[in-house]
Each structure stands twice: as structure tokens, then as C-alpha cells.
Design a protein around this ligand. Structure first.
Ligand SMILES: [Mn+2]
Length: 622
């Protein structure tokens, strides 16, 4: 009986379900049809924003010193959490993409991305320019400002068909610069304009962070004025009234921009063919996506253009180690398998910082960059963590390639900074204190123990934002997005001791002597109490760390800098009472030799040359 009744009720339930489905399927279908309408709605709101922002006359923005506070301006806008999906791109094999340009490699120096060399007579001037700009400007000056470069994309990229011009948002490309060389900067402007559909590139916004080089003053204004005559006034130049640093200048550039999407590029870039549309298409599809192009390398000395990842099909993405040095590694299979085609965008935990596209309004809904971040560094993590944890996503777009000149060295100072620890660590601390959960914060302070407790200023705005937007935990981010970090940079055991390793009865301290991995032995020198090369960490699992590197004794004699083993363990033991620093693998102890190098020798507990103390150092707290 029971069984029959059950079956009867099940049949009734099935019947009702069928009816419900029959009535709702057309509703779902109309929803799908609606996506284009929703997109046009979205465009309207973009346009509205653009007209809200005052256009300013380029070259003459001295009165525009005070930036509106983005957090206040958009405080009541909660649309960041509302997802509206727009049109999608489609791969049609054999059908050339609707934005594929007709592109032919020209002949001449540097064309096709070929290297160019300075002559013997030019050598002195070339060397001087490298010291001044970090690039060989003598070589750069020989290359056309409109030079052609090789196609470094996957072959498949040619066959993507993207939404129509009307369906795509417009772009402001923002170039922030400080004392940049002439031809590398101007070639960036030319390349952006040459490689972008004019209907989509609304403007190139140049923001000068208080340069003092003569070629960036009147000559550049004249050049841009002439260039603008032929290019529909596409270039706008703004100047900071004082040095603001890269991060704040970027936010200012975003404020001054008027298009739907902002795209930041370094001021020494050469976008590749059809670089723009694949980025805009992702943002048209979902405005909470940060779209990141694949960066190709341009050599600082000969300006050869080449992929930095080898095969275009081998995808990489941005991660980090626990000292928050930016790292890249191969995209895990789990992420690759989420997609149908290997040329499709893939999700990335973070990005390098210099090159990315975002919906302009969304950038400000997120509060732009934390205003407490100074000069440079860590802003890529702040934006990435904020995006991921508060409902957006970061994607790398394999069909968008942009060449970037990697500098030989950083030739510029930072200007005035009132910070007693490296600025970049202050920035990391602000990011860590806002976006990491307590247990993850601890891994950062294990890796950078000397900054713990440094006053980093007010974080209440950031913490309030996180609360108001119901942002997810860092553990959620780690488990779901940045999961390979657990394998590549396993969680660090606590430090047993850290600081300078000093002779118990002497004035010498362990010192890396500036050695790098593969270099000579490390040794001792006079204790300077400033950390740096004299800052060591011994963790509870026997590993000695210096920055992101480790100390090993590969031959059982001298001590050397080496790459840290993935597992944060090692053979080192330090006995606080005797002062002996023992290596378990060789059963030997560390002693400073007459050569002032550190050696492993037979342990002699009474020998003062083997007695070490470890003093914590906080350079800012004395
Ligand atoms: Mn750069």
C-alpha cells in the first residue's frame, strides 16, 4: 500500500514539474535573447558617466591639483556586485576574425622586431643613455616610431570573432611617465594609435609625474599638437604639479579619463596586432573582469621583440610568494580545463601591475587604489585581491599581446618619502593587513619579520569597504583561485630566530656579501645593524632564509646563497645556550675562517669562533 501511494504522489510531482518547466523555458530563452538589450543598457550608463566627467583642456590642468576622492564619490553605488552579462566572442575556425588587421612587416632597422645595434662610434652615447634611462636610447632612436613587430599570438587567435563596434566599450589608454626617454615614450603613443580601431580608442591619456627633462616639455607639447591634427586630437597630456608616484598618478589618470574602459600601459610599450578588442570584449561580457594582456619582451639594449614565455600556447599566470614578491607560473590544468579553446582567457590570481584593462566605473566602485599606498609596488596585489574577494575576477587574455621594454635598471629616484622601512614593504603591509586573514598575515610576517609593528597609517576606509561589500576571505581566494601557491610556496613554519647573526665575543656578523645564487661563499663583516645583507631567518624546520633565498653548504665546507627548496625545511640547528650553529647533514658547525668566509668545521662547543647570537633588528624602531 505504502509503495503504491508513494508512486502515485511521485507521478503527480513529476507532472507538476513538467508543467512548470513548459511554462518557464520560454522565459529562460527570452532571458538569453535579452543579453544584447542588457548590453545596450549598460552602454547607456557608461555614456552617462562619461558626460558626468568634465573634459579638461590638455596642457593646462595646473588648477586641477586636487583630485576628487573616488571612495566618497562612489560611496552609494552598489552596482559593483550586480552582474550583467553581455555578448561573447566566438571562435570560427577558418573564418578570419572580424577585427584582424591587414598587417605587413615593413623593411628598415628594427622592423619585424629585429634587433638593432649601435656602432662603435655610438657606443659611449649608448652607454650614457642606458645609465640615464635604463634603455639604449641610441638604438631606440634608430627605429621607426611606427615600426612593425612579429605576431606572437597563438595561431588560433586570428579566428576569434568579437562583438560589433557598437557592442564594445570605448577605451582610454593611460600612460604614466616620469623622465622617460623620447622615442620609447612616443613610440608607445604611435603603437597604441596604430594598433587600435579608432572607433574604440577614445583617447591616449598621458600623465607626466613631474618630469624635469627638457625633451618632455615644450618639444613634446609641440609634437603632440602636430600629431593630434592628423589623429583627431586623440592624445591628451596632463602634468602633475608635484611628484605623486606611479600609483597615485595612475588613479589620477583614471580620474582624467573619459572612456568606458581604462587601460594602463607602461610608457615603453608596443601593443601587438588586435590587442585591444580581446580585452574590451571580456569587459563587455562582464564589467567586473580585469582583463590583462600577455606581455612580450622588448630588449633594453637592442629592442628585439620576442615572446618571454616560449611557446604562445604555454600559458602562465601571476602568483606570489609569502614576502609578496610577484611570481609567474604555468597555469594549472584545473584552470585550463575550464575552457573550450586554449586561446580563451583564463583566470589568474594576480597580475604584474603595469598593463591591464578595467571598466572605469568599476575601478572607482572598488575605491581605485588604496590612497595610503605610496610611489610603487604592491598595488597589483591590492587591486587583484580586492577584485577577487569582492566578487570580480582577473583574467589573462592570450589573444592580446603587448610588448614591454624591460629595463636594465631603475634609473629614477622615488622623490621625497617619509617612510623608515622600504616603501614597498609599507605597501605590502597595508595590503596584508586589509586583505589577508590572520593566519595568512602571519606567513608574511614570518617572511619579513623586521617590519612587524611598523605604523602603516589608517586602514579604516579599506576595512569598511571590505565589510560593506561582503568580501570573501583570503582563504576562499587561496583555496579557489590561487591554489597553486600552496604547492609552489608552501606555508612557512614560524621563525625560531631572526635578525643579525653576531659573534658572541666579537663584532662580526654573517653577511651575504652581496653574493647571489651560484656565486661565491658568504662570510662575515662588521655588524652594521641595518639588516639587508645581514638579515637571516632560521625557521623551526631548520631552514635558513635571506629574503626569498636560502643558505646552504652544498660541499660541506663554505656557505652559499641558493634557491630555497620548495619544502621550507633544512639541516640547520642553532643552540641558544652554547651558540653553536650546527648542520645536521654534515654534523659540523659554522665558524668564520681567517678568510672572513663562513665554513663548516668540526663542532667545538668551547671555541668562541663557533659561538653565535641572533639579535632581532628593527631599523625603524630606534
Ligand atoms: Mn616598465
Amino acid at each position: 500500500m505504502m509503495r503504491v501511494r508513494f508512486r502515485k504522489s511521485l507521478l503527480i510531482k513529476l507532472g507538476i514539474l513538467t508543467l512548470v518547466l513548459l511554462f518557464t523555458i520560454p522565459y529562460f530563452m527570452s532571458k538569453l535573447d535579452d543579453s544584447s538589450k542588457q548590453d545596450s543598457l549598460k552602454r547607456r550608463s557608461w555614456n552617462k558617466l562619461a558626460s558626468d566627467v568634465k573634459e579638461m583642456f590638455p596642457f593646462n590642468d595646473a588648477k586641477k591639483n586636487v583630485m576628487p576622492n573616488p571612495l566618497e564619490r562612489h560611496a552609494n553605488d552598489s552596482s559593483a556586485t550586480q552582474k550583467v552579462y553581455g555578448p561573447r566572442a566566438e571562435l570560427k575556425k577558418g573564418v578570419l576574425g572580424n577585427y584582424e588587421p591587414d598587417y605587413k612587416i615593413a623593411h628598415g632597422p628594427g622592423e619585424g622586431g629585429q634587433p638593432v645595434f649601435a656602432s662603435m662610434e655610438e657606443k659611449a652615447a649608448a652607454d650614457q643613455s642606458v645609465r640615464e634611462f635604463g634603455f639604449n636610447m641610441v638604438v631606440s632612436d634608430k627605429i621607426s616610431l611606427d615600426r612593425t613587430i612579429p605576431d606572437t599570438r597563438m595561431d588560433e587567435c586570428k579566428y576569434w570573432n568579437y562583438p560589433t563596434l557598437k557592442e564594445l566599450p570605448t577605451a582610454s589608454v593611460i600612460l604614466v611617465f616620469h623622465n622617460e626617454g623620447w622615442s620609447t615614450l612616443i613610440r608607445t603613443v604611435h603603437s597604441v594609435v596604430n594598433m587600435s580601431p579608432p572607433e574604440l580608442l577614445k583617447e591616449v591619456v598621458m600623465v607626466d609625474d613631474f618630469s624635469d627633462k627638457a625633451h618632455l616639455k615644450e618639444p613634446m607639447e609641440k609634437y603632440i599638437a602636430e600629431y593630434n591634427k592628423k589623429h583627431n586630437n586623440v592624445v591628451k597630456l596632463y602634468r602633475n604639479p608635484e611628484r605623486m608616484g606611479l600609483i597615485r598618478t595612475r588613479t589620477r589618470g583614471a580620474e582624467l579619463s573619459t572612456a568606458d574602459v581604462i587601460i594602463f600601459l607602461d610608457a615603453h610599450c608596443e601593443p601587438n596586432r588586435n590587442w585591444l578588442v580581446p580585452l574590451l570584449a571580456r569587459i563587455a561580457y562582464d564589467r567586473t573582469i580585469m582583463a590583462v594582456p600577455i606581455v612580450d619582451g622588448i630588449n633594453w639594449d637592442n629592442f628585439a621583440y620576442a615572446s618571454v614565455y616560449g611557446a604562445a600556447t604555454a600559458h602562465h599566470r601571476g602568483i606570489f610568494e609569502w614576502g609578496f614578491l610577484y611570481k609567474e607560473s604555468q597555469v594549472p590544468q584545473k584552470e585550463l580545463s575550464r575552457r573550450q579553446h586554449n586561446s580563451e582567457p583564463y583566470r589568474s590570481p594576480t597580475h604584474a601591475g603595469g598593463l591591464f584593462a578595467m571598466d572605469r566605473k568599476y575601478f572607482f566602485e572598488l575605491g581605485a587604489y588604496d590612497e595610503g599606498l605610496q610611489i610603487w609596488g604592491g598595488e597589483n596585489f591590492e587591486l587583484s585581491f580586492k577584485i577577487w574577494q569582492c566578487g570580480g575576477s582577473v583574467e589573462w587574455v592570450p589573444c592580446s599581446h603587448v610588448g614591454h621594454v624591460y629595463r636594465n635598471h631603475m634609473p629614477y629616484g622615488f622623490g621625497k618619502v617619509d617612510v623608515k622601512i622600504p616603501v614597498i614593504l609599507l605597501n605590502y603591509m597595508r595590503v596584508v593587513e586589509v586583505w589577508l586573514d590572520d593566519d595568512f598575515k602571519e606567513y608574511f610576517y614570518t617572511r619579513e619579520p623586521s617590519v612587524r609593528g611598523y605604523p602603516i597609517g589608517d586602514l579604516s576606509k579599506q576595512l569598511q569597504f571590505k565589510k560593506d561589500h561582503n568580501c570573501k576571505s583570503f582563504r576562499w581566494f587561496m583555496d579557489n583561485i590561487a591554489y597553486e601557491v600552496y604547492d609552489k610556496f608552501p606555508i612557512l613554519p614560524p621563525n625560531k630566530a631572526w635578525g643579525e647573526v653576531k659573534q658572541k665575543k666579537g663584532m662580526l656578523c654573517w653577511d651575504t656579501l652581496g653574493q647571489s645564487v651560484g656565486g661565491g661563499p658568504i662570510g662575515v663583516s662588521h655588524c652594521h645593524h641595518y639588516g639587508g645583507n645581514q638579515m637571516f631567518r632560521l625557521n623551526t624546520k631548520g631552514q635558513i632564509g635571506v629574503g626569498e633565498r636560502c643558505i646552504t653548504a652544498p660541499g660541506g665546507d663554505t656557505l652559499h646563497m641558493s634557491f630555497c627548496a620548495t619544502e621550507p625545511t633544512g639541516p640547520w640547528e642553532w643552540d641558544e645556550t652554547s651558540g653553536l650553529f650546527r648542520n645536521r647533514d654534515y654534523q659540523k658547525c659554522v665558524e668564520a675562517g681567517h678568510d672572513n668566509k663562513l665554513h663548516l668545521v668540526r663542532c667545538e662547543p668551547d671555541k668562541s669562533a663557533q659561538m653565535w647570537i641572533i639579535n632581532e633588528i628593527k631599523t625603524w624602531d630606534r
